[in-house]
Design a protein around this ligand. Sequence first.
Ligand code: MN3
Length: 239
Amino acid sequence: MSSRRDFLQSSAAIAGSLALTSNLAQAGGKQRMAINKLTDNAGKYVLAPLPYAYDALEPVIDARTVELHYNFHHKPAVAAANKAEDALASARAKNDFSLVKHYEKELAFQLSSHILHTIYWTNLSPKEGIPVGRLLKALEQNFQSFDQFKSHIIAATVGVEGAGWGILGYLPSSGKLMILQCENHHKLTAWGIIPILVLDVWEHAYYLKYQNKRAEYINGLFSIINWDNVALRYESATT
Ligand code: MN3
């Protein structure tokens, strides 16, 4: 009996510590879920409303580009991510994994598109600003100065090969802010990184107004970054 009691006690202790760990993980996770509303209560991916009018980012990004971008690039990615998850559930139910490679690729691509676009819209705002406080300090610590950070992320984003994103992210396992060049929506990542600022350089994001002048678009984009949102994301990633 005593070994059973010991077993039950140690099991309870382990369960308790697991619950504590999972509570802590959930607290961070819930905070991040509140910032990025990717799903509804049933777990289906949903498109959050655009946080401003189509013309709010004029003149840097024209209204027509925002309208097309949101409705015909972001929105279909949400539907396709749901479709891929449904197809994988159906594959499990039927024990037929003949298309698993296709739908895993679809899920990685479309869900990454949904995640990055959701961040992108909130990363921008009509009001101009600059990073301050803890975020500014972290940018200076990781990139020597704000100006060096700005030159670095602009060069990285302009230089993305083909369609993709420039990304500033925080990697909890190293405690570092990093700049990544992301191809498509999901290639060239560092596992575990939490994106806090994303700059879309797919042509649909700028071609109507800027055509091949990607650098001009990126430089303009820098003037409409919502640094309060970036700071909120940094706080959430580091606490
Ligand atoms: Mn896009």
